[in-house]
Design a binder for this molecule. Structure first.
Ligand SMILES: Nc1ncnc2c1ncn2[C@@H]1O[C@H](COP(=O)(O)OP(=O)(O)OP(=O)(O)O)[C@@H](O)[C@H]1O
Length: 230
């Protein structure tokens, strides 16, 4: 029994396109302080499930509840609570890397935006490229900028879709530590990943997405990702 109320309750969630589910139904409960890993082979439906939980696409069936009430994806409360990084790079033309982060800090009324932005640029190794436009960054640096925007702002729930994409291994380990710290301070996270080491680093509980969706310990899920036991 957990001591806290659930942050997220996902029940019988069916996700897919044109009325056709891409995987089995998804049911789980997530409490503050927890990270749920989401694993599966290419095309099994991990991103579709994450997008559906985030409210970026409608479920075919099932419910998503946030803090005991139905999750309303357009509500200020949900948007304030959730920091998400999906596989999409969209930037404002004419704004530098630093200015993008300043915009996020201002949007969330951060009390010391200058210091906060400088800290994130430093953590994500972008200080020397702070004044570059995103299109002039390397693909890994753009990924770092998206992650910086997600970690800069306050959040109760972090949703990451393959955050390791295009990151070097050192940054991936740093990201795992950062996520663990954030969760220890009371947030929760759902992380889709193909990286077995990141999975083991950040969680001990996973959803394995396939025609049937099941939960598995991270060690078992990591072995699955590595193709062991096939
Ligand atoms: N917009 C879409 N319309 C219709 N089908 C889609 C759409 N997006 C994805 N699909 C299909 O839905 C299935 C699940 O895709 P999804 O991107 O969720 O998989 P995934 O598990 O995240 O894969 P990967 O590990 O390759 O990122 C795939 O068969 C994919 O081709």
């Amino acid at each position: 029994m957990s001591r806290t109320s659930p942050l997220l309750e996902v029940k019988g969630l069916s996700c897919g396109y044109l009325g056709e589910p891409v995987c089995g139904t998804v049911t789980f409960t997530l409490h503050p302080g927890e990270v749920l890993g989401v694993v599966g082979l290419n095309g099994t439906g991990k991103s579709t499930v994450l997008r559906t939980i985030a409210g970026r696409q409608d479920p075919l069936d099932g419910t998503v509840r946030f803090k005991g009430a139905e999750r309303v994806e357009a509500s200020a409360a949900w948007r304030r609570a959730v920091a998400a990084v999906f596989d999409d790079d969209t930037w404002f033309p004419g704004l530098t890397a630093k200015e993008h982060l300043e915009l996020v800090a201002a949007g969330h009324s951060m009390p010391s935006p200058v210091e906060v932005v400088e800290r994130e640029l430093d953590f994500f190794g972008l200080t020397h490229r702070a004044h570059a436009y995103p299109e002039a960054l390397s693909s890994g640096q753009r990924r770092r900028l998206l992650l910086a925007a997600a970690f800069l702002r306050p959040s109760e729930l972090v949703m990451l879709d393959e955050p390791e994409q295009r990151l070097d291994p050192v940054m991936t380990v740093d990201l795992g530590q950062r996520l663990s710290q954030h969760v220890q301070s009371g947030a929760a996270a759902v992380v889709v990943t193909h990286d077995p080491d990141l999975l083991i680093q950040v969680t001990d509980r996973c959803l394995v997405i396939d025609d049937d969706v099941r939960t598995a310990p991270a060690a078992e899920a990591a072995a699955l990702i590595r193709g062991q036991g096939r």
